[in-house]
Design a binder for this molecule. Structure first.
Ligand SMILES: C[S@@+](CC[C@H](N)C(=O)[O-])C[C@H]1O[C@@H](n2cnc3c(N)ncnc32)[C@H](O)[C@@H]1O
Length: 197
């Protein structure tokens, strides 16, 4: 069964085989494409500016941080696929790339956090343990989470201790003092939206 050491092997293979353009298209049109479209719709409903520091986990080559309706001031991207190839983003926004995968990257995230921070989890929750997501948001400066996840989707091995349902993910946010912003999209197997505290 999967554990967090072996899960990203699939993504490393993907990053080996695809060109930069194909990796961008994978996120924009591929398996997470529909989720990203719903998320981008909900961005138009954001009534206040979210935190301008941002951490995006599993960002791959087309980060959502660059598609927000406002400009973030600094951003940390984590993805073990960057061990194979590092993207070069054409942006003036200061950004850092980390090849660490969670949970190992949690310490780096914690050290990087200065003030209130937006966390983006785009189609990555299937590859994280529940405890890992919990550690990330518990007692941290993370004040908003943008999340999109289809719990049935996912390539490669899925973590055996992962969050299984939208309800379980929502419960974890509520336990940690987050509230749903309006227009969170739910089905039995998908959740897409913004949580704030
Ligand atoms: C389905 S892709 C999603 C890519 C992009 N966020 C999107 O929405 O299209 C999952 C990404 O998460 C990364 N990933 C998998 N396990 C991870 C972990 N434990 N920590 C950080 N990133 C991880 C993979 O390398 C891959 O790039």
């Amino acid at each position: 069964m999967g554990n967090e050491k072996t899960i990203p092997g699939y993504w490393r293979d993907l990053a080996t085989q695809l060109t930069n353009e194909e990796l961008i298209a994978y996120s924009q049109n591929g398996v997470g494409g529909a989720i990203r479209e719903i998320l981008k719709d909900s961005f138009t409903e954001i009534t206040k500016q979210l935190s301008s520091d941002c951490v995006e986990v599993g960002a791959l080559f087309a980060p959502l941080a660059f598609e927000l309706p406002y400009q973030v001031s600094r951003v940390l991207f984590l993805d073990p696929a960057y061990k194979i190839r590092r993207p070069q983003f054409n942006t003036k926004i200061p950004y850092e790339l980390s090849t660490l995968q969670l949970p190992d990257g949690i310490q780096q995230i914690t050290q990087w956090l200065q003030g209130e921070t937006l966390l983006i989890l785009g189609s990555v929750v299937n590859y994280l343990a529940r405890e890992t997501v919990s550690r990330l948001i518990r007692d941290s400066n993370i004040t908003e989470v943008i999340v999109g996840n289809n719990f049935q989707a996912g390539f490669g091995e899925k973590h055996e201790s992962r969050i299984r349902t939208p309800r379980d993910l929502q419960g974890l946010f509520l336990e940690n003092g987050f509230k749903e912003q309006p227009n969170v999209f739910h089905t039995d197997v998908t959740v897409v939206g913004i949580f704030s505290r």
